[in-house]
Design a protein around this ligand. Structure first.
Ligand SMILES: [Fe+2]
Length: 269
């Protein structure tokens, strides 16, 4: 019955709008229509809210249609070496490690976090290919270094026993991964767009290790995230925050399926 009322209401509103004469009651109906939808189907309303949140992040939307065979997704190495470097390059600012660095790293810790060895299912969420170069301030590429990332899954949960949401962790997500930089400094991951937890903006934790020594610990963020405005760690980066933002665009994997493409270079002294 409520569905019928909604359809009639919306039809009347559109008809009035088409005539260019939306009366006050009709305008009220427009304002009330979303509330009725929410009351009828809370789950749909939540999905709509999620969509709005995604839009406010300026992160391109990716179709839900995910490949059946996760092995088909390979890290997309984004060739960016052609871009002239404005030397000297600014240093990537450090950020705190946070409390969720894995206590026990997963057995499968490669650079493809959406494929967990022994599992055939893909994790929930939007697939993100994250790549870039590891460079010195003079532009020299750093090969053979290990870049570690750890992050939340689509439920906003880390692979860590102290995460209060650990019971809801998606086992199909690797949560932690390592990539070895190539001779030209390139690194690449296939991961997920991390979901939020607490008051923190979306972020990916990053650690650079060279010759078994930690060179940098930091966090990557996403432009347009409203939570960047009120985050203490973000504030500590000051104007250097731009050096921690992942450049986002839409792309496709090797099979032409849509993925999010993120690029962020890392610069060491
Ligand atoms: Fe975190």
């Amino acid at each position: 019955m409520k569905n019928l009322y909604l359809i009639i209401t919306l039809f009347a509103v559109f008809a009035l709008a088409a005539c260019g004469s939306v009366s006050e009651p009709a305008a009220d109906a427009i304002a009330q229509a979303p509330l009725m939808v929410e009351a009828m189907d809370l789950k749909d309303a939540e999905s709509a809210a999620d969509s709005e949140a995604e839009e406010s992040l300026s992160i391109p939307e990716v179709e839900e249609d995910q490949p059946a065979d996760p092995e088909e997704i390979q890290p997309a190495v984004t060739p960016t070496a052609e871009t002239p470097l404005d030397l000297p390059l600014p240093l990537t600012p450090p950020q705190g490690e946070g409390p969720f660095y894995p206590v026990e790293k997963p057995a499968d810790r490669d650079n493809n976090l959406v494929v967990v060895e022994g599992l055939s299912s893909l994790p929930e969420g939007s697939i993100l290919t994250l790549s870039g170069r590891l460079l010195r301030t003079d532009g020299t590429p750093i090969g053979g270094a290990v870049i570690e990332i750890w992050q939340t899954d689509n439920n906003g949960v880390y692979l860590h026993p102290n995460d209060p949401g650990i019971a809801n962790r998606d086992p199909a997500f690797q949560s932690y991964g390592e990539a070895v930089t190539a001779a030209d400094g390139n690194y690449a991951f296939v991961t997920l767009l991390p979901n939020i937890y607490g008051n923190r903006p979306r972020h990916i934790h990053v650690k650079v290790v060279q010759d078994d020594r930690e060179q940098l610990t930091t966090q990557f963020y996403f432009a347009g995230d409203e939570r960047l405005q009120s985050d203490g760690l973000v504030a500590s980066a000051g104007e250097d925050l731009s050096l921690l933002l992942v450049d986002m665009s839409e792309g496709v994997d090797e099979n032409g399926r849509p993925v999010l493409v993120g690029v962020r270079d890392i610069v060491l002294p």
